[in-house]
Design a protein around this ligand. Structure first.
Ligand SMILES: Cc1ncc(COP(=O)(O)O)c(C=O)c1O
Length: 397
């Protein structure tokens, strides 16, 4: 064998062009701080810290003993799960979806958002995504060789995209418009009038509207988000995506679902059927239990976040951040003090205090002047975080 022959097997250009996931970089910073002996208080990642409700765990324990669960799962999701989903969306959002044809279960919502973009995007198509945004909202488009047009979400526009600012040439070429309300990372919510205007816009320009409702249950002060399907005419142009991760503390189980008219669901299913199987039957049985158990289990999770919200809002106000408190999500979106980029500020805070925030740049190039705080630590740890920030003299002037 010729030992001098040089082997050069490289991943595809698409893969090499994907940016470094900032959460991976954040992990490196955390590792570095831990090596120096820091006791980290991680308010960086949106990973719920509570346990999955007991009835859900019991349902999974039962399912794992049944050999039927040991084979390949159903692609679309068991009909019993799709029926439980249809009942849930009727109960919680007062909208009707047909369990036979209008639901696709997901191995977590994230893959569904990536797959739907790949299912609908041709090379050169434009998809509209607000900035800041949850990273996967753009990644499926990139992999499908589409282009992204970002509309800024700012304090001034209440974090709602200004539809009139989108050039007509972009609207005409756009294939999808992807929104997420209640919003990660800003915590913003979308009023009915905005959703009506958006549906009208998508109908006018023939655009598939994707509504990511991952935080549909994470809300407070009697606020209830709307399903996109409660807007007249939405069913013709929209799909809605849900996650079990935040609602039921099930981030590690990997289950979610998409709903919408049959033609849209069929396109997503075609993509998935060729690339994966459905989520595990054990997880599907657990998901059925989650949807059917008394709502008080979900309420308890949200009450826990609500108590933390108070601590965090008061803590930042004392440190000079005058921010509006949102009625939804587990996030606070705050301005970076002058003189820092978002990465510089978050690195400085970790090094000085061991408190971890996420730099705004993780959510888009237009968002480098903000950082995100996740309220995923118990109240005592949150109080300690504020004590440390105060001791280190970290303030917003
Ligand atoms: C806005 C948004 N959409 C979707 C997801 C993905 O949810 P899942 O855990 O079901 O993949 C997340 C997770 O953090 C999110 O923040």
């Amino acid at each position: 064998m010729n030992k001098t022959c040089s082997i050069n097997i490289r991943p595809s250009d698409k893969v090499t062009k994907l940016p470094k996931y900032i959460f991976a970089e954040l992990d490196e910073w955390k590792e570095e701080a831990r090596e120096k002996g820091a006791d980290l208080i991680d308010l960086g990642i949106g990973n719920p810290d509570g346990a999955t409700p007991r009835p859900v765990v019991e349902a999974a324990l039962k399912a794992i003993q049944n050999p039927v669960s040991h084979g390949y799962p159903s692609f679309k999701g068991k009909i019993e799960l799709r029926e439980a989903i249809a009942d849930w969306v009727k109960r919680r959002y007062n909208v009707e979806v047909n369990p036979k044809t209008e639901i696709q279960t997901l191995i977590g919502e994230k893959e569904g958002l990536a797959n739907v973009a790949m299912a609908f995007t041709n090379p050169g198509d434009i998809n509209i995504v607000p900035d800041p945004y949850y990273p996967v909202l753009s990644r499926g488009t990139w992999v499908a060789s589409g282009e992204i047009y970002h509309v800024p979400l700012t304090d001034e526009n209440n974090y709602l995209p200004d539809l009139d600012s989108i050039p007509i040439s972009v609207a005409k070429r756009a294939k999808m418009f992807i929104i997420n309300y209640p919003n990660n990372p800003t915590g913003a919510t979308a009023p009915r009038e905005f959703l009506e205007k958006l549906v009208e816009f998508c109908r006018k320009y023939n655009i598939l509207l994707i509504s990511d409702l991952a935080y549909g249950e994470v809300c407070y002060d009697n606020y209830r988000p709307l399903s996109i399907f409660s807007i007249e005419g939405a069913k013709d142009v929209a799909m809605e995506f849900h996650s079990f991760s935040k609602t039921f503390n099930m981030a590690g189980w990997r289950v979610g679902f998409a709903c919408g008219k049959k033609e849209f669901i069929d396109a997503l299913s075609a993509m998935k059927n060729n690339l994966d199987y459905g989520t595990s039957t054990i997880v599907q049985d657990a998901a059925i239990e989650a949807l059917n158990m008394p709502y008080s289990y979900v309420q308890e999770i949200m009450d826990g976040y609500n108590a933390r919200r108070e601590i965090v809002a008061q803590g930042f106000n004392k440190l000079g951040w005058k921010m509006k408190r949102s009625s939804a999500t587990m996030y606070f979106w705050l301005k970076v003090p002058k003189g820092y980029t978002s990465k510089e500020f978050c690195k400085y805070v970790i090094d000085k205090t061991g408190v971890v925030f996420t730099p705004g740049i993780a959510f888009g190039d237009m968002s480098d002047d903000h950082f995100r705080v996740s309220i995923v630590q118990p109240p005592e740890r949150l109080k300690e975080a504020f004590q440390r920030l105060q001791n280190a003299g970290i303030r917003y002037e």
